[in-house]
Write a protein that binds this ligand. Structure first.
Ligand code: BES
Ligand code: MN
Ligand code: ZN
Length: 501
């Protein structure tokens, strides 16, 4: 899809825009939006609304052809809901309906002349981004492994957004940012959807190398020998039952000032989680190919900000391996020594995410980070707590961490990729007590997502840190099974805001 910005003013009017189709709004009180009124010379659009063919409810739409006195071949009336201040949700619904109508048109180009400046509490930039993401979401296909491809998308191939001349510059930069974000989201989805026999740790490392080459990023891939030298005994204990070699990926986008402390993203990269010796049940086990979605979202976010040339130092760190059972696999009761020196009794080999992350969290101390955010499909318990709507956000409860939590929550709200804050408290820490090592890797079934976060907290004392549990948000199950690309929008928005601070 090709996106652009089209400006209009008193001379270049909405009515004079030549296009296959122009989308304009109608409210549920039957009032036409400003652009719609500009096309309604002879009252055709008002008549269409009056006829009852379109309700004005968000998601409704009506195609009208052959309107006298305008340059566009078709007009798509799109319902926007309540008059005046359009609710965010209604705008998103309307833009989805617009994208879906465009996809089945005989026209190859279209113009969106919805009131992009009319969304309650949001600027034109927000509306442009929401629109681009909705269109790209509708276009996404994952059929690279099907011998017969899904039918190619038909309809509109070029979409222009009509904005007033005064808003053109900011709309243009919002548009290129939105396209970069959509590209990052698509990469994250692709990596998630790829099966474990294709998307191996080596495959992820190659993707990182490719990104480094395409966008001039710094990249370093550490292999097993180097991980041994670093004494990452916890990470390595997860890889011991697998034939796939582990990789530790470091990808650097140094877009800020050389002396500025980097923001570090750490992504869990288990390319298949069988549970190890604590083997999972067979039901839905295929979905554990998605256990690298934290890693995928870090790569997608780096792709997005690199394409944007974001003026911020960002480092992505990905510990990646498989979690498999074999004769050399870690056994329940085994005790391992992490890079931090703390010892861990592995009571359940299926609680492997925290074992790979804790060594990565120790490794990143060397960057003297401004903040560290780890992203992980960490616990089924988080899905029980928050369902599929919010990612779980965990940080310590002090001033610096509350500020970081606020930044992340706000970025989630602004991008529609929301998170919900959960507690980290000493009372939960006690559940990790081990009789034989410094800590156990599980804390019992009560508050499982919280004790998992408490485990990670013990490895993050030297910097400001937050943890995102994306087990419920990174992919969908059932008939719509597929990666969502979350939380790339949240993370990218968070970083864009940091670059502007
Ligand atoms: N990758 C899983 C978490 C998961 C499970 C995400 C199901 C999404 C859906 C993680 O490695 C895991 O197995 N966690 C265990 C921890 C338990 C053994 C303490 C879990 O959540 O059951
Ligand atoms: Mn597991
Ligand atoms: Zn896992």
């Amino acid at each position: 899809m090709d996106f652009s910005i089209k400006t209009f003013d008193a001379k270049n009017t909405i009515a004079s825009i030549k296009t296959g189709c122009i989308a304009v709004g109608v409210f549920d009180n039957k009032k036409l939006s400003q652009a719609a009124r500009a096309l309604d010379h002879k009252g055709e659009l008002s008549a269409a609304v009056k006829s009852g063919d379109i309700s004005g409810k968000p998601g409704s739409s009506l195609l009208v052809r052959h309107i006298a006195g305008i340059a566009a071949e078709r007009v798509l009336l799109v319902g926007l809901g309540k008059d005046e201040a359009i609710a965010e949700k209604d705008f998103t619904t309307a833009i989805k309906a617009t994208a879906s109508a465009f996809s089945s048109l005989g026209a190859s180009d279209a113009v969106v002349a919805l009131p992009l400046d009319g969304v309650q509490g949001r600027a034109v930039e927000w509306a442009v981004r929401a629109a681009v993401l909705a269109v790209r979401e509708g276009l996404y296909r994952f059929d690279s492994l099907k011998s017969k491809k899904d039918s190619a998308p038909t309809g509109v191939k070029k979409v222009a957004f009509a904005v007033a001349a005064a808003a053109a510059a900011s709309a243009k930069s919002a548009l290129s940012q939105a396209v970069a974000l959509a590209n990052g989201i698509d990469l994250t989805k692709d990596l998630g959807n790829l099966p474990g026999n294709v998307c191996t740790p080596t495959y992820l490392a190659n993707i990182a190398k490719k990104l480094a080459k395409d966008y001039k990023l710094g990249v370093e891939i550490l292999d097993r020998k180097q991980l041994q030298a670093l004494k990452m005994g916890s990470f390595l204990s997860v890889t011991s039952g697998s034939d796939e070699p582990p990789k530790f990926i470091v990808l650097k986008h140094m877009g800020g000032k050389a002396k500025d402390a980097p923001t570090v993203l750490v992504g869990k990269g288990i390319t298949f989680d069988s549970g190890g010796i604590s083997l999972k049940g067979g039901n839905g086990m295929d979905e554990m190919k998605y256990d690298m979605c934290g890693a995928g979202s870090v790569l997608g976010t780096l792709r997005a900000i690199a394409e944007m040339k974001l003026k911020l130092n960002v480092i992505g760190v990905i510990p990646t391996c498989e979690n498999m059972p074999n004769g050399r696999a870690t056994k329940p009761g085994d005790i391992v020594t992490s890079m931090s020196g703390q010892t861990i009794e592995v009571l359940n080999t299926d609680a492997e995410g925290r074992l790979v992350l804790c060594d990565a969290l120790t490794y990143v101390e060397r960057f003297k980070p401004a903040a560290v955010v780890d992203v992980a499909t960490l616990t089924g318990s988080c899905v029980t707590s928050l369902g599929h709507h919010n990612s779980g956000l965990f940080t310590r409860h002090d001033k610096a961490h509350d500020a970081l939590a606020e930044e992340l929550l706000a970025a989630g709200k602004a991008s529609g990729d929301t998170a919900w804050r959960m507690p980290i408290e000493d009372a939960y820490q006690e559940q990790l007590k081990s009789n034989f090592a410094d800590m156990a890797n599980i804390g019992g079934s009560a508050g499982g997502s919280i004790t998992a976060a408490c485990f990670l907290e013990r490895y993050t004392k030297k910097y400001t840190w937050a943890h995102l549990d994306i087990a419920g948000t990174a992919w969908k199950s059932g008939a719509a099974k597929g990666a969502t690309g979350r939380p790339v929008s949240l993370l990218t928005t968070f970083l864009i805001n940091r670059a502007q601070a």
